[in-house]
Design a protein around this ligand. Sequence first.
Ligand code: HEC
Ligand code: HEC
Ligand code: HEC
Ligand code: HEC
Ligand code: HEC
Ligand code: HEC
Length: 413
Amino acid sequence: MRRLALLFAGGALWLLLAAVPVLADGGPHVASINSGVGGISADSCAGCHRAHTAQTDSLLQAATEEGLCLSCHGSTATGATTNVENGVQYALASASSGTVRDTSVILGALRGGGFVTSAIGSDSTVRVAYLSGSAVRENAKVPVKVDAGGAITGQAVTSTHFDLGNPDFVGMAWGNGPVSATPDPGGDTELTCTSCHNPHGNNQYRILNPIPVVGSGTAVAATTDVDVTDAPLPQAGDTRNYTVIQLKGTESAPSTYLLYASQVVAGSYSNVAGDYLHRKLPWNGVNGTANDAPNGLPSTFDTQITAWCTQCHTRYASDGASSDSGDAIFTHRHYTAGKGMACTTCHVAHGSNAQMTGIYSANMDYPGGAAAPVGDSRLLKIDNRGTCQACHDPTGTITVGTQVGPTPNPILP
Ligand code: HEC
Ligand code: HEC
Ligand code: HEC
Ligand code: HEC
Ligand code: HEC
Ligand code: HEC
């Protein structure tokens, strides 16, 4: 992308005019463009491939696949609004600038967290108790992390889905494989950006692979597609909102759950707005079942994304903790779906800065007993096991209306 910018500076104005609408419209990952149905004239291949001067065996223009992705999605790149290293999205640059990212305006904090730093307010959860029927229930919000002056700020991560600095990364896909009466923690596999994402586009939510790719190792790949429904692409000149800023609305078109980047700007949302827990919309709502819906579809999103994570972590999904699964390690399991809960309610997809400093949380072994790095946050969004307290008061002493934790600014969404 940097090279592309130089090219523009060299005066190839016709190229600039031709390229910008495509980049502003879901990036170079648009299936209908890369497949050729939109015409045999795709520009996008040149964003990633070289015919004669490639640096890797997939004919990529960068030395590693992660390096390729980061050449647009990295902290110092300008080829995409999303910066997955630091877990923030920038505003879209003006069409005449020749870049995609306006590096001077942070739109908000990314849902996935970040691979190097992330801006999850893991130490600032606020919780309010409300009455549901005759039971006291808890609603909670995990705000965006701010500094003393109230500005968005990142913190070094304490867990990531894979080690971005290691192109040969191999890790254990916990719970991969069938239920086993003899202890079996999972299977190991290479993991990189394209294990989960399809760089060519596939009309899926966040271009997630319906069958995630497992590399060489003992992990077994899923055999059945799991789709996570995508939302329509924004108009040319706009881009999606990948931040934790979300609104409750109507599911039918035009879905008001969806906010495009332009609407976040037009709505004058602060870039510290949004809720990382995103169990309910709004977080303190008590009526109805308005769930997380970054694709605009609150009735199906939670179950779809949970089924997707389950493609690798096969034995984690559960509809309740009370039945014995027959597995020697994953014997009893917390709900992971239904009740406004998905894998991504408790976990981020990329990396978390949550602080595990307590005796138990900081030193918890991996499934099967292998030692985990001290302080590993398991991609959780709240310090120690605040995750549990976000939804539970196990003492039964908290009364309706009680608020615990700092009042976030803004309170909503
Ligand atoms: C040439 C620049 C470029 C490269 C290289 C690139 N991307 Fe993107 N990507 C974009 C742009 C632009 C978008 C639109 C959203 C934005 O601005 O961040 C995007 C969007 C995405 C999205 C969101 C898709 C959606 O459904 O909305 C994902 C996921 C993604 N890229 C992953 C990757 C991965 C993985 C790689 C490496 C294999 C990669 N990208 C390489 C420019 C790039
Ligand atoms: C965002 C970056 C990106 C863009 C844009 C892109 N590719 Fe790729 N391509 C990759 C990566 C990364 C791989 C290797 C990993 C994979 O296949 O998922 C790849 C692999 C391939 C392969 C090998 C696939 C296989 O199954 O072995 C072909 C062929 C290919 N690309 C052609 C194209 C063509 C043609 C275009 C333009 C229409 C294009 N690519 C656009 C990143 C990209
Ligand atoms: C283990 C699977 C996995 C890997 C590996 C992975 N991602 Fe993602 N990524 C996801 C999921 C799932 C989401 C959607 C998160 C959500 O909606 O909460 C996502 C979201 C995104 C987004 C949208 C912004 C956001 O934070 O939600 C971008 C851009 C992206 N990924 C790029 C990348 C790049 C670049 C890499 C490699 C450096 C990568 N991803 C590695 C699973 C993965
Ligand atoms: C209610 C919150 C919650 C939900 C929902 C949830 N997790 Fe977890 N997860 C945790 C906690 C807490 C840990 C830390 C280990 C522990 O306490 O067992 C964890 C740990 C993990 C680990 C690390 C290995 C381990 O067990 O320590 C993986 C992998 C994982 N979860 C995958 C998933 C997947 C996949 C889903 C969805 C099917 C999911 N989680 C849903 C809370 C949750
Ligand atoms: C392509 C297979 C694959 C998919 C899909 C996948 N994971 Fe993982 N996951 C892995 C592997 C491999 C590791 C081990 C990484 C490591 O050792 O750092 C892992 C590790 C984890 C961990 C533990 C991180 C730690 O700190 O040790 C959690 C939590 C987790 N995954 C949750 C999820 C959730 C939630 C999703 C869905 C959004 C998901 N995974 C999707 C393969 C996958
Ligand atoms: C997103 C909200 C949420 C989070 C986070 C959460 N729980 Fe739960 N938990 C529930 C719900 C909902 C139920 C189902 C029972 C109910 O409605 O209260 C449940 C049930 C339980 C049960 C009863 C199991 C059974 O057999 O019925 C236990 C024990 C429990 N949770 C412990 C935990 C612990 C420990 C954590 C942290 C690792 C945790 N929960 C995190 C929402 C949550």
